[in-house]
Design a protein. Structure first.
Length: 447
């Protein structure tokens, strides 16, 4: 099976392109099922900074064409202009780096691992993530854990939410006497609310389509929860707005925000949009009294923070290389095991036949101990002859080398495809059971 990764991110595509590819969860499941027609497997990773398709398929060309057609249908011709692609081991390296938050807009941001795990669970639920991608994701999650525990990349990392709050504090020279409105009580909204409270916001208001969720959030961090129907009444009195909802269309437009200008009497309004697709239409920023920022603007603000952890990122990159190499060795071993099983089966059959012929020729004069010694000698010869090829196949690194050696062994010993089909284990049955939330692998593989 070939691994392929095709997508767009903050490094290659403007926000306008990324948001066209940002799909609601139900639509993601629909796209996954279209992509993952057996034997192809598919994983769809969508965050505010990237949309990526990971595929495991017998043919890289077929997988690539299927992914490009899907992305073109969703994002148009412009999306194809900004695509990047990784194949084989490079695709694995990219997956491991993404899960470890080494390719994030904010280096070391903890939220990305949770988002990849969500994508993994969604893929499994849709039947799109099976043997190969299950193993790859399990290894990527284990790599992310090593990066978090063995490097300082994630320590004091500036998240998107904390960067938004830092920027607001900088613009207003502190938030002590400011009224702050958080729109959306999801993961990003919760992070923003906590950072705003820690930054000393004078009055914190949270609104959400489901009021109970806003009430649960303010019960933890403090502040006031208000119904979503009061959104523009609340906006009229706010100094700072941080918004992150799942709305497919902008909540704030130049018209509905501009209508509040007279009542505000020119009082400045600072708005940060952490949603993709955007909650704030870009035209809102043309109002004289509004300072509007989106996720790409935040990227520029956190550039210094990323540079400061460059040394730790380099160390983390070394861990990623180790974990990818480990995964490649294990994969090569799995690929070689059917050949080893066929070779051992053939050798043991030959040994048994020769032992039986020898025992028959010696007649009935042998004791049980002597018979068992001859049988043990046959088994020992098989084990010693197969020790070196087994060790070689276990020691290989890249998958291609493992396939080459396994193929050479099958050719030299005349092992047939019929034998392979009879012995080779089913790929899906060999896949580890992964609990993405608790990062536990039933097979004992490190997560």
């Amino acid at each position: 099976m070939e691994f392929i990764c095709i997508g767009v991110s903050h490094r290659t595509a403007p926000l306008g392109v990324r948001e066209r590819l940002a799909l609601p969860e139900a639509r993601q499941t629909e796209v996954l099922q279209r992509l993952a027609q057996a034997p192809v497997e598919a994983l769809w990773v969508s965050t505010c900074n990237r949309v990526e398709v990971y595929l495991a398929a017998p043919s890289a060309d077929v997988a690539r064409e299927r992914a490009r057609e899907t992305l073109h249908s969703l994002g148009g011709a412009e999306a194809l202009e900004h695509l990047y692609e990784h194949q084989g081991e490079a695709a694995l390296v990219h997956l491991f780096r993404v899960a470890s938050s080494l390719d994030s807009m904010v280096l070391g941001e903890a939220q990305i691992l949770g988002q990849v795990k969500d994508a993994f669970e969604r893929g499994q639920g849709a039947g799109a993530v099976r043997g190969e991608l299950t193993r790859a994701c399990a290894a990527a999650f284990g790599c992310a854990k090593r990066v978090r525990t063995e490097t300082a990349v994630g320590r004091a990392a500036t998240s998107m939410a904390s960067a938004a709050v830092q920027l607001a504090s900088k613009v207003f020279d502190g938030l002590k006497d400011k009224t702050v409105l958080v729109v959306g009580a999801g993961e990003m909204g919760e992070l923003a609310a906590r950072h705003l409270k820690n930054a000393g916001a004078g009055k914190l208001i949270v609104t959400n389509r489901t009021l109970a969720r806003a009430e649960a959030l303010v019960a933890e961090v403090g502040g006031v929860a208000r119904p979503f129907e009061e959104l523009f009444t609340l906006l009229a009195g706010a100094d700072v707005v941080v918004t992150s909802t799942a709305s497919p269309v902008p909540l704030f437009t130049r018209d509905n925000v501009g209508a509040l200008g007279k009542a505000r009497k020119g009082r400045p309004l600072f708005m940060v949009d952490l949603a993709v697709p955007r909650d704030i239409d870009p035209a809102v920023g043309t109002l004289d009294w509004v300072h509007a920022y989106d996720v790409d603007d935040i990227q520029k603000f956190v550039a210094d923070n990323t540079a400061a952890r460059a040394e730790e990122a380099h160390k983390a990159g070394g861990l990623v290389a180790q974990e990818v190499a480990r995964f490649a060795r294990e994969r090569a071993l799995r690929d070689g095991m059917p050949v080893l099983a066929r070779l051992r089966q053939r050798a043991e059959a030959i040994a048994r036949a020769e032992v039986e012929r020898t025992l028959l020729g010696l007649g009935d004069g042998l004791t049980d101990k002597q018979r068992k010694s001859i049988e043990a000698m046959g088994r020992a010869i098989v084990n010693k002859l197969l020790h070196e090829p087994t060790a070689r196949l276990r020691a290989v690194g890249p998958q291609g080398e493992g396939n080459r050696l396994a193929g050479a062994a099958a050719e030299l010993f005349g092992l047939t495809e019929a034998e392979a089909a009879a012995i080779a284990p089913r790929e899906e049955a060999a896949a580890p059971a992964v609990d993405a939330r608790n990062t536990v692998v039933a097979t004992g593989s490190r997560r």
